[in-house]
Ligand binder design. Structure first.
Ligand SMILES: [Zn+2]
Length: 509
């Protein structure tokens, strides 16, 4: 082995063994998501994450002018509570806002209105990871640093936007699991209409608390470890960053411990370009913020009746949909995941299947399964490919309807068109819309099932290609394929190649 490759190999091997066998990784997540409300958290300024001009959606309240008073946004409270209910958490009947005091140029009031002692939600669970709490607060403004380094600018459009914060228990054991958790939460927030949770736009932001400790093998097997020193990594603004930063941080901490050093309790940032974490500041503790009850907002109380009414508004969630689609349609895990992640596509799929069910009726389950198999086939291999190729952002923007697609499946199932033609028709449907029977009719693509008609066409081709016929008769099998190709061309793919071969063989002997 080349020395360099060998040393890299050895260090990877060493790290893998150390990490897996001797160290226990413990991760807790804190995830912020901007809520999708019309107005901001404590004023009537617009909450518009797409606003391009700075300092447009502002008013004296969110600019922190003295003497102004906040009014809580009911919709933001409701959305947070729905998230709590969806995660199986407990809506607190008593909740209140607190002031979190700190100075930063993007925080004009000098404090953030948040929740400390009485959050809206306690408990819950997602993907087997326990949720500690979910609370509501306001976002800060955005700082932009001039490349000259001489000045910075602040945009207060985001100041006061409703921000939900979710904190998990330290139940996560790997970077991969952390990423999966964040992805599932994003999907859940989108299903609930609580947040777009677009990480690229900063609508969802992750932090991870990571600690690593040497595990000891107890006599009865398994591994136990005391929790190591907690390091918080902030600014994880993509799923990729969540995975990479945790992997990096685990490795860094293991290496520190291996060389006999201590891990410092601190907050670290993530450098996206260099893919490293870096020290930002030593970790502050809660008392540094001098939390106290927000005197300008009354505490909130919620009745059982209110909570139950809210519970009834929770839609089918990703995990439920995943389970139902697997059981109901027996489709591959990959297709289930594609549909669960793309709700408009799932709705399209369900409409197609319901059309097929209506057509076949309840009494013939075998026939229904066969037709569904055809549907799965064309949906996965052709339809999804076309959507990708044409860069269609959502099934809602398709020119063809689910009824059109179901109609096409029926035509294939009934052998009215060949699979070659079906592919062409599907492309036309995606590109231009329209129902398949009209397309087939207008382009003369109906399968030529009539043997007399097909025989006539075949005879024509035979007459026009005497050389290929002679070659075939001399034993060249390839010439038969050539003749079949010519006939397919003549019929624009509307003839079944097997039928052509059969008739050809009959005529040519
Ligand atoms: Zn405002």
């Amino acid at each position: 082995m080349i020395p360099l490759v060998k040393s890299v190999y050895e260090s990877i091997k060493k790290y893998c063994i150390l990490n897996l066998m001797e160290y226990q990784v413990t991760i807790g997540m804190e995830i912020h998501a901007e809520l999708r409300t019309k107005t901001k958290m404590f004023c009537s300024s617009k909450n518009d994450p797409d606003e391009k001009h700075p300092n447009v959606n502002v008013c004296p309240v969110c600019l922190g002018h003295p003497g102004t008073l906040p009014v809580a946004n009911e919709e933001a409270v409701r959305l947070t509570q729905r998230v709590g209910l969806a995660l199986g958490g407990e809506i607190q009947k008593f909740s209140r806002f607190d002031r979190k005091n700190y100075f930063y140029p993007d925080l004009p009031k000098g404090y953030q209105i948040s929740q400390y002692k009485y959050p809206l939600i306690l408990g819950g669970n997602l993907n087997g990871i326990r949720i500690t709490r979910v609370h509501l607060e306001e976002d800060a403004g955005k700082l932009m640093h001039d490349p000259s380094g001489k000045f910075s600018m602040v945009d207060f459009n985001r100041a006061g936007v409703p921000l939900m914060e979710l904190v998990t228990e330290p139940d996560i054991k790997s970077a991969k699991e952390a990423k999966k958790f964040a992805e599932e939460l994003q999907l859940t927030l989108q299903y609930l209409g609580a947040s777009e949770a677009n990480m690229e736009k900063g609508e969802m932001r992750c932090e991870a608390n990571i600690s690593v400790a040497k595990a000891v093998k107890p006599p009865l097997g398994g591994l136990t470890a005391k929790l190591g020193t907690k390091v918080e990594v902030k600014n994880l603004n993509s799923f990729r960053a969540v995975k990479r930063a945790i992997d990096y941080e685990v490795k860094r901490q293991v290496e520190l411990l291996e060389s006999g050093k201590k891990v410092a309790q601190e907050t670290r940032g993530w450098n996206e370009n260099q893919e490293i974490t870096f020290s930002q500041r030593s970790k502050e503790s809660a008392h540094d913020y001098r939390y106290f009850p927000e005197p300008d907002l009354p505490p909130m109380e919620f009745s059982d009746e209110y909570i139950e009414t809210l519970r009834a508004t929770i839609p089918e969630l990703p995990a439920q949909k995943r389970k139902r689609f697997t059981e109901e349609y027996g489709i591959s895990a990959d297709l289930v995941e594609t549909l669960v992640r793309e709700r408009s596509l799932a709705a399209f799929w369900e409409k197609v299947i319901s059309e097929l069910r209506d057509w076949i009726g309840e009494e013939n389950p075998k026939k229904f399964l066969e037709a569904m198999k055809v549907a799965v086939n064309y949906f996965t291999s052709d339809f999804l490919g076309l959507i990708k190729e044409k860069e269609i952002p959502s099934a809602a923007e398709l020119l063809m309807t689910p009824e059109n697609f179901a109609e096409l499946i029926k035509m294939i199932y009934k052998n009215e068109i060949t699979s070659r033609v079906a592919k062409d028709v599907l492309r036309i449907m995606v590109e231009q819309g329209g129902d398949p029977s009209t397309i087939v009719e207008s382009k003369g693509l109906k399968q030529i099932g009539d043997e007399t008609e097909l025989s006539l066409m075949i005879k024509k081709i035979i007459d026009a290609n005497p050389k290929a016929v002679a070659d075939f008769k001399a034993g060249e099998q390839q010439s038969l394929q050539f003749l079949v190709g010519q006939i397919m061309k003549e019929t624009k793919g509307a003839a079944n190649p097997e039928a052509i071969k059969e008739i050809l063989a009959k005529i040519l002997g």
